[in-house]
Design a protein around this ligand. Structure first.
Ligand SMILES: O=C(O)[C@H](O)[C@@H](O)[C@H](O)[C@H](O)CO
Length: 452
């Protein structure tokens, strides 16, 4: 299959995050995160992986930077660990922690790879989590403080910034369903966590700019929600799920309004003033795409799961298995056209309010340790779907695959492997998979062809 040509200057990259890779959880003054504490609880990590080792990135980052250079990657989206820089969540700054990111940024720049740090990829400093985490408005202000500190140090060399990653997942899995840290099962009482993450995002955009940083975006999980069945209850369930996972986050950031007055009424604090901060204009908007979700009326009789998570029967919607599509090792349906659909939906919904886009995550988990042809086929089909959206007028400027190396897939531990590079969790040795060579050759070919 010949891949379409992407425009000259289209950015090719890979993504990862601190908790999933760094390890060294208490090295050089790092404080514990909510995820460190959650992962240490018996049975929370399904396969019993010791998440404190990650992939050893904190010690072996030079190897991974060399792998990125070997790929010919334009950029690397990593995350800065808030508790490594501000162990208490506020107050004293950990100089050794900041020094680590200084070294990492220098190493990337020395290899011609643009550093694109995410400031929050789910690892809330434990003292803040214990004080309420994202249910507490104060956490938003502490986040902006931390963002300013990191920008003061790195903005002279970092030309692309990401404030937060997937507030929808944190709200849904961490505060509503209790599947992720901090394990709260608040259902709709989790909504303040959504509002405070959005407020943190807006405050951080302003703090970054005040510290001289620019080219700022954020990474949101977005996917089409398909309606299962044609009853009014089915449509209601699907619309509600679509609003809660897509528009509850995109609308306030891009339009300064919540998608629904009833939802806005459930949000804490001076919402109207907060929305002015939340909708501080962005330079770009990031999308993490994996697969659509099929949603209908709740079916209490049918134990419904979402990505392996059990949905409480009292929820006014039910998630159905998507049949008829190939599945990844994680059981996720492979639906490249879903990427075209969500991009054109965003384009239609926001028009010129939508800044240029980047795909900040897309990829699949597969068992194959080396000959991962299915991953190559996955990337090929999704890049083709991406190009189709661009042909339809959607302004996409780059693509970051998830993930450079295998890493700790949250509660799935080491069992779900998303990397272009295999990690031996005994030795932490890195071994490029077939997809690594494929992505390298793709980037090289794209540069040659787009230059012609
Ligand atoms: O999207 C997410 O959930 C996170 O951003 C990543 O940290 C995941 O590891 C990846 O997406 C695979 O699930």
């Amino acid at each position: 299959m010949t891949l379409p040509i992407f425009p000259p200057g289209f950015l090719w990259g890979a993504s990862a995050s601190a908790f999933q890779t760094e390890g060294a959880v208490d090295a050089d003054g790092k404080g514990p995160s909510g995820w460190d504490a959650f992962a240490a609880l018996p049975g929370r990590i399904k396969d019993g992986t010791d998440t404190t080792r990650g992939t050893g990135f904190h010690a072996r980052y030079r190897e991974d930077v060399a792998l990125l250079a070997g790929l010919g990657a334009d950029a690397f989206r990593f995350s800065v660990s808030w508790p490594r820089v501000v162990p208490g969540g506020s107050g004293a700054v950990n100089a050794d922690g900041l020094d680590f990111y200084d070294r990492l940024v220098d190493e990337l720049c020395a290899h011609g790879v643009t550093p694109a740090p995410t400031l929050y990829h789910w690892d809330t400093p434990l003292p803040l989590e214990e004080a309420g985490g994202w249910l507490d408005r104060d956490t938003a202000y502490r986040f902006a403080e931390y963002a300013g500190i990191v920008a003061e140090r790195l903005a002279d060399r970092v030309p692309m910034w990401i404030t937060i990653n997937e507030p929808a997942e944190v709200t849904l899995l961490g505060y509503a369903l209790g599947e992720h840290a901090p394990g709260r099962t608040l259902l709709f009482d989790a909504l303040p966590a959504a509002h405070h993450q959005l407020l943190a995002h807006g405050l951080a955009v302003r703090a970054l700019r005040a510290a001289g940083a620019d080219n700022i975006g954020a990474a949101f999980s977005h996917a089409p929600v398909w309606t299962a069945g044609d009853s009014d209850e089915d449509r209601f369930g699907a619309e509600l799920y679509d609003t809660l996972t897509n528009w509850l986050f995109a609308d306030p950031v891009l339009t300064g309004r919540y998608p629904d007055e009833n939802l806005a009424a459930l949000m804490p604090g001076p919402v109207a003033d907060d929305l002015k901060v939340i909708s501080t204009p962005l330079d770009w908007y990031g999308i993490n795409y994996y697969n659509p979700t099929l949603v209908g009326a709740p079916r209490p009789e049918a134990l419904e799961t979402f990505s392996g998570y059990t949905m409480p029967p009292e929820l006014p919607f039910g998630i159905r298995e998507i049949e008829g599509y190939e599945k990844t090792g994680f059981g996720w349906p492979v639906v490249p056209e879903g990427l075209t659909e969500i991009l054109t939906t965003l384009h239609t919904r926001f028009g010129d309010r939508l800044p240029p886009l980047y795909i900040t995550e897309n990829g699949c988990a597969l068992e194959e340790p080396h000959a991962d042809d299915r991953r190559i086929a996955y990337l090929e089909s999704h890049l083709t779907a991406l190009r189709a959206a661009m042909d339809a007028g959607v302004d996409v400027r780059g693509y970051f695959t998830w993930s450079l190396t295998d890493n700790v897939e949250w509660i799935e531990g080491a069992s779900q492997r998303f990397g272009l590079v295999h990690i031996d969790y005994e030795t932490l040795a890195r071994t490029p998979k077939a997809s690594y060579a494929w992505y390298r050759d793709l980037i090289r070919a794209q540069r040659t062809r787009s230059a012609q």
